[in-house]
Write a protein that binds this ligand. Structure first.
Ligand code: ATP
Length: 235
């Protein structure tokens, strides 16, 4: 199998300037490989560094040391730990998707426009992007009355389902999921599972963080546990 992403000795230390240069370890010594079409699940105690790993891959955080070797379609083999910002922006638009538990959204953008945006970015025309976005909003059971409103006032679960619809509307090469079922009911979890299975079939590699172990076990191929700062594969 081809490795799509290989993480090696990844470390992130936060330097707290406002607290006398205090250093907080986000994660350290992290290593794993994900192959094309594989889904890796990461579990572990709260505060153990799971989100930090995902955010280093997406480059929300700049890693302090280590490597994140990623086989890009457009750029070839890249180290995401030190790729130029411009390359990272292109990679985020074209290849790597990210779903967080929290919605960060442009003001004055409707739910429909929010889901259409990445589709337009990847070159779909307006009509196709709109149709696809409507399909995804319906798939994630977002009430049609909400589609043309601003998501600021959506409930927690609606915001998460909107995030999922946006990230899962296009076929990313790599999809990062930070607690994708955190505030969802059982029916909504089923719709997430269906879309995960579609993406798997079409070759998307996924890395997901979960507290919901039953859901995780129903979708992932391999599981890692982050404990006492060490990431170990659970056999
Ligand atoms: N931007 C930041 N600045 C300073 N410290 C941070 C920052 N982000 C994370 N940390 C710290 O890094 C550690 C790991 O945080 P992280 O969010 O990765 O944990 P987690 O395992 O995802 O937790 P949870 O399961 O509660 O979401 C924590 O101690 C946290 O306080």
């Amino acid at each position: 199998m081809t490795a799509l992403i290989q993480v090696d000795q990844l470390e992130k230390t936060f330097l707290m300037h406002q607290f006398g240069e205090k250093r907080i370890t986000g994660c350290r010594g992290i290593g794993f490989t994900a192959h094309k079409g594989e889904f890796l699940g990461i579990t572990g105690q709260s505060g153990s560094g799971k989100s930090t790993i995902i955010k280093c891959i997406y480059r929300t955080y700049l890693p302090s040391s280590g490597h994140i070797r990623y086989q890009s379609e457009r750029f070839g083999l890249l180290d995401l730990a030190d790729a130029p910002d411009r390359t990272m922006l292109a990679i985020r638009k074209e290849e790597i998707g990210y779903v967080s538990q929290f919605l960060s959204i442009m003001p004055r953008m409707t739910a429909l426009e929010f889901v259409m945006e990445p589709l337009l970015d990847m070159g779909k025309n307006e009509t196709k992007a709109r149709l696809r976005a409507r399909d995804m909003l319906a798939h994630f059971n977002l009430r049609e009355a909400l589609w043309d409103t601003y998501p600021k006032t959506f409930s927690g679960g609606e915001k998460l389902r909107l995030n999922l619809a946006r990230a899962m509307a296009r076929q990313s090469r790599l999809l990062l999921l930070d607690e994708p079922t955190a505030s969802l009911d059982e029916a909504s979890k089923e719709t997430v599972k269906e879309r995960i299975n579609d993406l798997k079939k079409s070759g998307t590699t996924m890395i997901g963080i979960f507290h919901d172990l039953d859901f995780m076990e129903s979708v992932v191929d391999r599981t890692y546990k982050l404990e006492h700062g060490l990431l170990e594969e659970v056999m």
